[in-house]
Design a protein around this ligand. Sequence first.
Ligand code: PGA
Length: 258
Amino acid sequence: MTKRYTIIANWKMNPGTKQEALRLFKNVLKEKALLRKIHIIVCPPFLYISLLSLNKGKNMVSIGAQNISRLAEGPHTGEVSGSMIKSAGATHAIIGHSERRAMGETDEVIGEKMRQAMKSNLYAILAVGESEPGEDAHRILEEELKKALSGILLTDMKRILIAYEPRWAISKGKDDTGANSDTPEHAFEKAIFIRRILANLYNSSIAQKTPVLYGGSVRSKNISVFVNADSPFDGALVGGASLDAREFLELLRRIHIK
Ligand code: PGA
């Protein structure tokens, strides 16, 4: 069976206006043939979710949030709940991105967010990864996965995607060439390790079926290193390169589907 790769476009806190957001989105939608072959999940800032879902038409593209509140509702100024995200038209939410962890989000909070995402019937894109090169990545990954997945039932696992993102390889800027990304040897080994943890926590079928993506300085120049028929990854989480429609479409074109 042909594998359908998943590519997540994490726009982070960009672009500055809804007009620019719509323009970028419409440029991506132009490539209808690619959209049929690759599952693309565009994650704009919260405020643009409704706009993009209203403009997505019949295109096979999903919309995701970049964060979700750990709480369901109530007096929590500035928070955005899973149910709000869902009703704005998103189906996915990124949880535990390293830029949020750097703002103080703990593994426990990430676990609560994962459970909220499940309660709201969203797909969760769980980001995990060590902070510094040379750190004990296995120990960190195991801890992050165990805490984030605590209380996540086996039946919920079909709504979980995992992104391995070594933090030191993330967000080197829009003009980055991809030279800061992880090496395939190092990253592939982590994808296999993540599946081993999933097999221990659940079973081998969950370990195989859960999509595991690579994130961190993915560009059109290096996408084929991480996403190819021999790679253990099922796709990629793309930050900076998703903000330039031409670069992003080139990146998608370089994914060879057999
Ligand atoms: P980057 O971001 O592709 O700009 O490194 C990756 C991410 O959002 O995790």
